[in-house]
Structures are given as structure tokens and as C-alpha cells.
Ligand binder design. Structure first.
Ligand code: ADP
Length: 259
């Protein structure tokens, strides 16, 4: 319990720091972007210079993506929440991911009675995609991804040592059959810039931003894993009574397995 509290405090401090840096850094990037765009408009540009300027614009875009992940972690982003059926968000993201990563078998087991949650759809999509992408890295060259949803009570959340407001929760759990992680990695997984991937491969921001987004929604993410035995990420989001029926997504990916 004490360890959880200390961890939460550390994350909060890191969040404030990261958010401040991301904000200032973003302003600098916008200035670079502005100048590069202006120069691209000038008529006396040879092809080589134009190519360099387009490279600068591309680098700025990658930098902006990083800062937006950091801001997501630090509560910099503006959230537009409305009641959603999380199953629809799961189905859409799973279909999108399945189309891009055909080597992974995706199994959905979604509760038809799932309670609605007030969320920012784009942000929760981002959380799920970050988790799927990590699962894909962990399962290289392929494996099974199980995505489940169900209703749960506050007791189940508190049993994991988390302090959340009383109420009902919708739970999304994502289990992969990848390499798993040791205890040290599991403890640090949500820290910004923590990565075990090769230099230049990982940013260490995917899980930090997922954690921040879910926390900003009043929920939380729990990770269970053992080295060599895959990982399960459980995302808990506050729910309201009743479920919303939404239309099934179009263009369901053929790689999706139900049940
Ligand atoms: P990155 O993917 O850039 O390294 P993340 O914040 O997304 O950054 O993840 C941090 C670290 O957590 C990863 O480097 C990896 O060690 C570990 N990790 C995340 N998801 C998984 C997973 N599904 N299985 C095993 N390890 C994982």
C-alpha cells in the first residue's frame, strides 16, 4: 500500500515536470515549423533545399507527436467526454490494429451488458492502441491477443490497492502471449521515458501516456505479468448504470476472432 502511494506521488511529480517541458518544447517546435513552412513558400528554392526543409517539417511532426504523448500523460490535452459503449471503441481499435498487424490473432470476448462510460473516445482509443502495439512488440513475430470487457465493482478495483471514488466500473483487459516482464520492469512501466527497448527504438512514453489518460478519466490501469508468460493490462473506467447500444463498426477486419 505504502509503495503504491509513493509510486503515485512519484508519477505525479514526473507528470508535472514532463508536462512543463512538453509545453515549452511544443512552442519551440511550432516556431521551427512556422519558419520552415515560410521558407518552403519562397520561389527561389532549389530541390536540395526544399528537400531539407521537408525533412525539417517531418522531424517537427515526430517531435510534436512525442510532446502530445507527454501532454496526454500530464493532463495537458483537452478532453471531450461523453457516454460511450467501450465495446465499440474496442471493436474499432481492434479492427484497425488487426488490419495493420495481420500476424496477430485477435480474440474478442465483450460483455453485451457493459455499462456505459463517460470518456474521450480518441484518448481511450490511443490508450488501447498503445497497449496493443506493446503486445505486438512483446509477441514478435506473432501470437494471440485476447481483449475482454466486463462490468466490475469498486471492490475489485480497491482490491488492487487503488484509491478510486466509489461506484461502478467497466473493465477492459488485454492479454498477450508475449515475453512478459520481470518485477522491476512491471513496477516502472508507467514512468515516462522508461523503456527496455534498444536505444532509439522505444520512447518510453506509450505506457506513461496511457496511465495519464486513464487516470485523468478517474480510472486506472493494472498490469499483471510474469517473465516468459505474457502480460495482462486491465483498464478500469468509471461507469454509469445502463449500457449504450451502438452500431457495429464497418469493415470489420477478417483477422478478428470472437469468443
Ligand atoms: P516503449 O514501448 O517505447 O519502450 P512504453 O512506455 O510503451 O515504452 O513501454 C515501456 C516498457 O514496458 C517497454 O519497453 C517494455 O519493457 C515494457 N512493456 C510494455 N508492454 C509490455 C508487454 N505487453 N509485454 C512485455 N513488456 C511490456
Amino acid at each position: 500500500r505504502e509503495e503504491q502511494i509513493q509510486q503515485a506521488r512519484r508519477m505525479e511529480a514526473l507528470g508535472a515536470l514532463a508536462g512543463g517541458i512538453a509545453h515549452d518544447f511544443n512552442n519551440l517546435l511550432m516556431a521551427v515549423q512556422g519558419h520552415a513552412s515560410l521558407m518552403l513558400l519562397s520561389s527561389d528554392l532549389d530541390r536540395k533545399k526544399a528537400k531539407s526543409l521537408r525533412c525539417i517539417e517531418q522531424c517537427v511532426r515526430s517531435g510534436a507527436e512525442l510532446t502530445s504523448q507527454l501532454l496526454g500523460y500530464a493532463k495537458g490535452g483537452k478532453y471531450q467526454v461523453r457516454p460511450h459503449n467501450l465495446n465499440t471503441i474496442i471493436e474499432n481499435t481492434a479492427a484497425m490494429f488487426g488490419r495493420a498487424r495481420k500476424e496477430i490473432r485477435i480474440h474478442l470476448d465483450l460483455s453485451p451488458e457493459l455499462w456505459a462510460s463517460e470518456v474521450d473516445r480518441a484518448q481511450i482509443e490511443q490508450v488501447l492502441l498503445n497497449i496493443y502495439v506493446n503486445a505486438w512488440h512483446a509477441m514478435d513475430p506473432g501470437g494471440d491477443l485476447f481483449i475482454r470487457s466486463c462490468n466490475c465493482t469498486v471492490d475489485e478495483v480497491q482490491a488492487r490497492g487503488m484509491e478510486v471514488a466509489p461506484g461502478k466500473f467497466a473493465k477492459i483487459s488485454i492479454t498477450d502471449t508475449g515475453v512478459g516482464m520481470d518485477e522491476d520492469t512491471r513496477k516502472r512501466i508507467f514512468e515516462p521515458f522508461f523503456t527496455t527497448r534498444e536505444m532509439g527504438r522505444g520512447t518510453g512514453l506509450g505506457m506513461a501516456s496511457a496511465y495519464g489518460i486513464v487516470k485523468n478519466h478517474g480510472g486506472f490501469i493494472h498490469v499483471y505479468s510474469e517473465k516468459g508468460r505474457g502480460a495482462t493490462f486491465s483498464v478500469f473506467l468509471a461507469a454509469s448504470q445502463g449500457c449504450i447500444r451502438e452500431a457495429a463498426p464497418e469493415n470489420q477486419a477478417p483477422a478478428l476472432h470472437r469468443g
